[in-house]
Ligand binder design. Structure first.
Ligand code: GLC
Length: 422
């Protein structure tokens, strides 16, 4: 009897300790690029050691569009198996109802982050996700090849294409049959929306749907920008580029087979890895500008955040995990190992960060001036807006109609989708 009482007492206290959030079994979904999942695991190991919780990673495809489709279904079904989601910057307005409000939990740390990023994750006063890193793309260029052919870093798309063609032709003539001039994200998915928004905006063609909700995409400068990109396919860019996402472009680039690449900063650390053919042979610059009125370099704003599902059975521990993954400690590791841009301003002055990723000194300004995709004005319809846009662009790149024809249809489809208001 005595022993039994003791045992019951012991068991109760063990359960209490576990129940009081000492040893939750959490799961996080993450799609990622490069060695991002391995990096996440290394950080989760620290979190486990610090908290006694265990965290399982549910790996997802790297395409943000594929992730979004799956998460939307899971969340609509009230899935309680996933506690924490890694979320794209554009998703906040669409998934806001399904995530917990982190305002209270983050009140002591929120001021460390750039206010614009916190704002992008705030929907009707609810902080739906905490920033893990921000993103703004670069023109990656081969320093060795530009030097060999005495070419400056291009500042316009036409200059980029001319340099790409010249170096590609010369390198091929010298025996490198696999050489290309430029690789980018041409697959029909969210990544193409990012690339094409840059072509359009940098050519003075607007932002697809403006901040006030106006549909602006059907204009001659936008059409000229997309037609220009179509002329790259099969000349400076491989036909296969029509199917490339970030990782396929990086694959060609990192084998040493392209003069230029448009990609996000994550490709910087990987390109300088020991297994990279371009290690020490490249640098990054702002993306080129178009021409015409209002033209100038434009970078699409990207970035990833951490959100807690409102269906999580362990919300308190899940929130701790979100706080941990957005913390200065993890962001610093990210900036050094993954060359992901921090959302914490102080890290842009951190000597270790700048030693590992010197380009970040210039990228603080670039991301602060980056162009947002129209996810705020189009709210829950953003995914459809983006999908109509990338389809119109992909058709044009594939030779299926001119940009002017495809943008006219796009404008009509967007107007139908909008109805009286977004
Ligand atoms: C990057 C960006 C993200 C964007 C995606 C498109 O991951 O951070 O915001 O949606 O690329 O492929």
């Amino acid at each position: 009897m005595k022993i039994n009482t003791l045992l019951v007492g012991l068991l109760t206290s063990v359960t209490l300790v576990m129940g009081s959030a000492q040893a939750a079994e959490l799961s996080i979904v993450s799609g990622d690029t490069g060695n991002g999942l391995a990096f996440l695991r290394s950080q989760l190991d620290k979190f486990e050691a610090e908290t006694g919780n265990t965290v399982t990673v549910v790996p997802m495809p790297s395409s943000t569009s594929d992730q979004f489709g799956q998460y939307r279904l899971w969340l609509a079904a009230g899935n309680a198996d996933i506690d924490v989601y890694q979320t794209d910057v554009i998703w906040a307005p669409q998934l806001a109802d399904q995530f917990l409000d982190l305002t209270e939990a983050a009140k002591d740390v929120v001021d460390q982050h750039f206010p614009s990023i916190i704002e992008s994750q705030t929907v009707d006063g609810k902080l739906v996700a905490l920033p893990a890193f921000t993103d703004a793309p670069a023109l990656f260029y081969r320093t060795d090849l530009l030097e060999k052919y005495s070419k400056p870093v291009p500042t316009t798309w036409d200059e980029m294409a001319a340099t790409a063609q010249e170096i590609m032709d010369a390198e091929r003539a010298a025996g490198n049959a696999d050489m290309y001039g430029f690789v980018f994200q041409g697959n029909a998915y969210e990544g193409l929306t990012c690339d094409a928004l840059e072509w359009v905006k940098s050519n003075g063609g607007g932002q697809i749907v403006e901040a006030d909700g106006t549909i602006s995409i059907n204009n001659p400068q936008a059409a000229a920008a997309i037609d220009r990109a179509a002329s790259w396919i099969g000349t400076i860019s491989p036909e296969g580029n029509l199917a490339y996402q970030e990782e396929e472009s990086r694959g060609v680039w990192q084998l040493g087979n392209s003069v230029f690449m448009r990609n996000w900063p994550y490709a910087y650390a990987l390109g300088n890895g020991d297994d990279s053919a371009v290690k020490g042979k490249f640098d990054v610059a702002p993306l080129p500008a178009g021409d015409g009125e209002g033209a100038g370099s434009a970078a699409t704003l990207g970035g990833w955040n951490v959100a807690v599902s409102k269906y999580s059975p362990d919300p308190e521990e899940a929130i701790k995990l979100a706080l941990f993954l957005s913390s200065a400690e993890v962001q610093k590791e990210r900036a050094i190992n993954q060359s992901n841009l921090p959302t914490i301003e102080a890290l842009y002055d951190d000597a270790d960060v700048l030693a590992a990723s010197p380009f970040m000194a210039n990228w603080k300004e670039i991301f602060q001036n980056a162009v947002p995709r129209p996810s705020a004005p189009t709210k829950v319809k953003y995914n459809e807006v983006s999908s109509l846009f990338w389809s119109a662009v992909h058709n044009t790149l594939s030779g299926n109609g001119t940009a002017a024809e495809n943008l006219e249809v796009l404008e009509a489809d967007l107007s139908d989708l909008k109805g009286d208001a977004w």
